[in-house]
Write a protein that binds this ligand. Structure first.
Ligand SMILES: Cc1cc2nc3c(=O)[nH]c(=O)nc-3n(C[C@H](O)[C@H](O)[C@H](O)COP(=O)(O)O)c2cc1C
Length: 166
């Protein structure tokens, strides 16, 4: 891994401009979930999901260092990435909101590792946790995909700080 010197910002760097420029990068929307050894489910809405490698099959996503679910994902052996379809905005909002039981009355099937597969998702990827890289205010999770499935659908997107249907 190559790292660069300091956390010092370039002179005149505009953080607001940075955020706005990033927001122009249109993404899909996912919900990443895991289960702790006590059986409790944890999950949140994530749009930092991306592909890394085909052989081996690797994906990544970023989790904020302040996220309540960080301890759960940090010790998870497996997690699942559910890729939301256009009609699943309610789920995206539910898993982005603050405290409250996001899994209450949630309908789901189980993946081979016993993780929730949301009905109607465009795709899901069940991952074995492979590596983690703390960087800045986030932790990057790299997972090796062990099982996946897709169901071609209109995706839910996120662009300019808003949910969009692509
Ligand atoms: C469209 C969208 C994408 C998001 N992507 C991420 C992400 O990639 N990583 C992240 O840590 N939080 C992301 N969030 C914010 C989390 O979903 C949100 O802060 C959530 O409440 C965190 O849950 P937790 O504190 O229970 O872990 C996103 C929110 C939205 C609405």
């Amino acid at each position: 891994m190559t790292t660069f010197a300091a956390d010092t910002l370039a002179p005149g760097f505009d953080t607001g401009q940075f955020r706005s420029a990033l927001a122009q990068f249109a993404t899909g929307v996912t919900i990443v979930m895991t289960r702790t050894p006590d059986g409790a489910l944890h999950g949140l809405t994530v749009n930092s999901f991306n592909s890394v490698s085909l052989e081996p099959p690797l994906v990544l996503w970023g989790l904020a260092g302040k996220a309540r679910s960080l301890p759960a994902f940090s010790c998870a052996s497996h997690y699942i990435v559910n890729v939301l379809a256009a009609h699943q905005l309610e789920l995206a909002l539910r898993f982005a909101r603050g405290p409250g039981d996001r899994f209450a009355a949630l309908d789901y099937a189980e993946s081979p590792a016993g993780l929730p597969i949301l009905p109607g998702v465009a795709a899901w990827f069940e991952c074995r946790a492979r590596s983690r890289y703390p960087e800045g205010d986030h932790v990057i999770f790299v997972g090796q995909v062990e099982h996946c499935h897709f169901n071609p659908s209109k995706p839910l997107g996120f662009h300019g700080g808003k949910f969009v249907v692509i």
